[in-house]
Write a protein that binds this ligand. Structure first.
Ligand code: DQQ
Length: 490
C-alpha cells in the first residue's frame, strides 16, 4: 500500500505530466515530470539502469513540500519517467523529503537515504534527520526504524536544524558510508562522515572538513571522492560574499586536495565548479567503467525566474559531465555518450570573422558547437557569438582577449524579467592553439565548456525554442575553426 500523498502525486503526474509534448521539454536534459524540481538526488546505477531522483513538488512550478521524483536512463541522456518515489508522508519527514543518495544492498535491492524534515511550531526550527527507504518490486518503502541518524549522532555543538543531504556510498568491502552537511556552533558548514556495516545501522565517524568562514555560511549537498590521485570535495555553500574568485549568493565550490592521516581533508585548490548563473547542488556517480560523472541542478536559488504561465515545469539537470583532475585542477567534459546523438558534421576551417555572419548548417536550438578560436595576437578585442537568435532576440557569448574575459549575456533573450542576466569570467586564457569553446544548446539551456572543460558556464535561456539562429561577429578579424552537429531527434 502506498500513502494517499504519494498516490495523489502520481495521479497528478499521470494526468498533467504525460500531457506535456516532447517539444516542450529539453531534448537531452532531464526536466521534472510535472511542476518544480531542484537538486538531483540518488544518482546511481541499479539493475542495469541509471537512476536519477530529484527534489520535486509536482503541483506547482514553485518550490513546495519536497517529494522525490524519479527517472531512469540507459545512456544518461534519454530519460524515462517513473512514478514519484517518495512523498512527505511520515512523522519523520512530514515537512519534506530533502536531498539524499542511493546505493545497492547486497541482495540487489536499491536503498535510498534522504533527509526527513520534521515540522515544529517555528519553521526555522524544523528538525532534520536521516531516513532510509528500501526498494521492493520498484516501490520505495520507508524503513520502520527511521530515522537512522538524528541529533544524537551530531558532534557537540552542531545544529539539529541544519543536518542534511546524505551522500550514500557502498564501499568495495561491502560496508557503507555517508557524508552529510552540518552546521557548527559558529553557524558554519561542516562535512560529517558516518559509517555503517550494513546500510541500516549508522555511527558518527569524524568531521572531515569545516568552513572557517571563508566559504559562505551553511553548506549544502556535499560529495567527496578520490579522483586521479587527489581528493575532491564538492559542496554548495550558502551566503557567499563576493571575492575575486567567487560571486556572492549560493555558490558551488570544487576543492581539490589531499587526505591527512587522521582522515581529514586539506584543500589545495579551491574554485567555482561552474561560473554560470544557473548551477547548484552537484551530485556524482562512479560508473562501472570507472568514470566519475557529475550532474547538478541547472538553476540556482539566486536566479529563479518566473517561467511564465504556459510552462508546466521548471528546473532541470545539467548535462552529465565526466570529471578529471589534471595538475591539481578539476576538469569537466560532457559525457562521451552525447556524441552518439550527433547528426551530420558541419566543419568550416579557418573562417575569418569580422562582419556579422552565419554559416549554412550551423544553426539550431539543440546543437553541439565547437569553436577553436586561433590565437588572437592582438587582432581583435571583441569576438561575439550569438545563439538562439532571431529579429533582435539573442543570447551572446563574448570573448575579450585583451581583458582575459568571457561574458555570457541573456538580457536580450526575450526575457521580460529583470534578474541577473550577465555573468563574466575574468580568468580566461589562450593556449598555444588559442581558445576552445564547446557550446551545448538545448531548448532551454546553454552550457559553455572552455579549453576542454578547464572552466564551465551554465545558463538557462527562456527564448522560444523555435528560435535557433547562430551568428558570429568581431571588431577586428578572428580566425576560427567551426564544428557543429545537430543533436535533435537522436
Ligand atoms: N535543497 C534541499 C535540501 C538542500 C537544498 C531541499 C539545496 O536538502 O540542502 O529541497 O538546494
Amino acid at each position: 500500500m502506498i500513502s494517499q500523498k504519494l498516490a495523489d502525486a502520481r495521479a497528478y503526474e499521470e494526468r498533467y505530466g504525460n500531457a506535456i509534448p516532447k517539444e516542450k521539454r529539453p531534448e537531452y536534459h532531464l526536466s521534472p515530470y510535472i511542476g518544480w524540481m531542484n537538486d538531483p538526488n540518488g544518482f546511481s546505477f541499479h539493475n542495469g539502469m541509471y537512476h536519477l531522483f530529484y527534489q520535486y513538488y509536482p503541483y506547482d512550478t514553485k518550490w513546495g513540500p519536497m517529494h522525490w521524483g524519479h527517472a531512469v536512463s540507459k545512456d544518461l541522456l534519454h530519460w524515462e519517467y517513473l512514478p514519484a518515489a517518495l512523498a512527505p508522508d511520515t512523522e519523520h519527514d512530514n515537512a519534506g523529503c530533502f536531498s539524499g543518495g542511493a546505493a545497492d544492498l547486497p541482495d540487489g535491492r536499491h536503498l535510498l537515504m534522504y533527509t526527513g524534515v520534521i515540522s515544529t511550531d517555528d519553521v526555522r526550527k524544523n528538525l532534520q534527520v536521516q531516513c532510509l527507504a528500501v526498494e521492493e518490486n520498484g516501490e520505495y518503502r520507508k524503513y520502520e526504524q527511521n530515522p537512522v541518524l538524528d541529533q544524537s549522532d551530531l558532534p557537540e555543538g552542531s545544529d539539529p536544524c541544519d543536518f542534511r543531504d546524505p551522500k550514500l556510498t557502498r564501499k568495495p568491502d561491502g560496508t557503507y558510508s555517508c557524508m552529510t552537511v552540518g552546521r557548527n556552533a559558529n553557524g558554519l558548514g561542516q562535512l560529517l562522515y558516518y559509517k555503517s556495516p550494513d546500510g541500516f545501522h549508522w555511527s558518527f565517524d569524524r568531521v572531515i572538513v569545516e568552513n572557517d568562514g571563508t566559504y559562505g555560511k551553511m553548506w549544502e549537498c556535499p560529495d567527496y571522492f578520490e579522483l586521479d590521485g587527489k581528493y575532491v570535495f564538492l559542496v554548495s555553500p550558502m551566503d557567499m560574499l563576493k571575492t575575486e574568485t567567487f560571486y556572492s549568493g549560493n555558490a558551488t565550490i570544487g576543492m581539490v586536495g589531499s587526505r591527512k592521516e587522521d582522515g581529514t581533508f586539506v584543500p589545495e585548490k579551491v574554485l567555482p565548479v561552474d561560473y554560470g548563473l544557473d548551477f547548484y547542488a552537484t551530485q556524482t556517480l562512479l560508473t562501472d567503467d570507472g568514470r566519475r560523472i557529475m550532474v547538478a541542478w541547472m538553476q540556482n536559488w539566486d536566479s529563479i525566474m518566473d517561467t511564465g504561465e504556459d510552462m508546466p515545469w521548471t528546473g532541470s539537470v545539467t548535462v552529465p559531465r565526466e570529471l578529471h583532475v589534471k595538475d591539481g585542477h578539476l576538469y569537466q567534459t560532457p559525457i562521451r555518450e552525447l556524441e552518439s546523438l550527433r547528426g551530420e558534421r558541419v566543419f568550416i576551417e579557418k573562417a575569418e570573422i569580422h562582419d556579422p555572419v552565419s554559416f549554412e548548417g550551423v544553426q539550431g536550438r539543440v546543437y553541439d558547437l565547437t569553436l577553436q578560436i586561433h590565437p588572437s595576437d592582438g587582432q581583435f578585442s571583441k569576438f561575439d557569438i550569438r545563439v538562439a537568435e532571431q529579429d533582435g532576440i539573442y543570447t551572446s557569448i563574448v570573448y575579450r582577449p585583451k581583458e582575459n574575459r568571457l561574458a555570457f549575456d541573456r538580457s536580450s533573450s526575450g526575457t521580460r524579467r529583470s534578474v541577473a542576466h550577465i555573468r563574466k569570467m575574468h580568468n580566461i586564457h589562450e593556449t598555444e592553439d588559442g581558445l576552445k569553446l564547446r557550446i551545448l544548446l538545448d531548448r532551454y539551456s546553454c552550457e559553455v565548456f572552455i579549453n576542454d572543460g578547464e572552466q564551465v558556464m551554465t545558463h538557462r535561456i527562456q527564448t522560444d525554442p523555435s528560435i535557433g539562429g547562430i551568428s558570429f561577429r568581431c571588431d577586428g578579424t578572428a580566425v576560427v575553426d567551426i564544428e557543429g552537429y545537430s543533436l535533435e531527434n537522436a
